[in-house]
Design a protein around this ligand. Sequence first.
Ligand code: ADP
Ligand code: MG
Length: 413
Amino acid sequence: MLAFPMSDGGCEHLATVVGRLSFSLLLLLPWLLAMEQGSTKKQHSQQPEGKSNIHVYVRVRPLSNEEIAQGEKFSVQLSRDEQSIKVLDRGYSSSSIAFQFDGCIGPTVGQEEMMQKLRLQKLLNKVLEGYSSTVMAYGQTGSGKTFTMSGRQEFLQASNNLKSPTDGLIARAVTYLFGATKSQSTENNPKSFTIKASYFEVYNEQVNDLLRLNCAPREVKWSPNEGFYVADLLLVECEMVDDVFSVLDEGAKNRKMGSHNLNKDSSRSHCVMTLHMDSHWKLDDGPTIIRHGRMIFVDLAGSERLKKTKSSGDMLKETGNINRSLFTLGKVISALAEGKRKDVIPYRESTLTKLLMESLGGSSLALMIACISPALSAIDETMSTLHYASCTKTIVNLPLVNMDEKDKVLRLA
Ligand SMILES: Nc1ncnc2c1ncn2[C@@H]1O[C@H](COP(=O)(O)OP(=O)(O)O)[C@@H](O)[C@H]1O
Ligand SMILES: [Mg+2]
């Protein structure tokens, strides 16, 4: 049945909420709909099991046909062991700068092979154990962020379960997670999962729910248990992997429609899709242990805005007008890389960095894919991306299981 637990922002009548859903989403509703937060309270209740650096991979896209026709040259070269990348000075390898990463993924690597190279499975398995994991794509506009995260087709087709070889990381990760939930539960060890999805964008410091058309921007709130979160975001319960694909489809359509109607520049928006995976694990004659795993996928705005903002020197005007979130993201990454104290990291200066606080120097596991164009004409952007990616690599997180307070008592007993 439909469940509408009270959220911080109050409870809306079912008819109002359903009325706001677009028709296509309604068609797909065997799902339960619930308002964000009410049913998903979590607490960090465990000692950290260890430090974990943010893993950083670079992905180089191929030159486009147009670029080839224009006689573009390759500006980068991967090392044989795929651990480092050289930026060639004006196309000649004699004078060049090398950057080390967890891995470098070349232009001929397809989507499936990319998944193996990223070793994403470990991050996904941690979500099943109740950790939060974040994957974010960073880079200039046109460098392959959306291709990497979502694949070539802008709209994923419902029921098109991994039929396209260009399907992106989100579709593949979600398919893996659903498969893994089934294999985790045995007769002697019954474990069930409740899976919900949310999808929002941060544009001009506003949070828009991509699963609800025509609703007012959502508020970012803070609570001692949750940290920063988006209030009253629609959470869609997903029983099958196709349900998540429908959510992705809906979010991509609404993002496109929103940017068309309002004449927005979509390369300035940050898109965040979250899979909330709550596991219920019944101990023999004992209580049920509940864990709140989160898989967060972030397709960031084009990083060239960051560079433009920095180079102008007129920080106040630029951060206000261009993209405060992207600018602050750069500041947060730099401050964390310099080892500054947590209380002086400027997370609170932008919407995105508030919401990514757990992913950058917090209690989440995280992986960044820095996407770059190989074109010599993009060499400045490439250098900037590799610089921030290098800083990100040094950021240390302390991953924690998200569990309820009562489970903490059980563990200590
Ligand atoms: N690894 C890749 N292989 C093939 N084509 C790619 C790859 N990465 C990006 N592209 C293509 O390059 C173009 C720009 O990619 P896109 O993902 O839209 O960039 P961004 O999201 O960073 O702005 C698209 O036409 C996309 O299909
Ligand atoms: Mg994009």
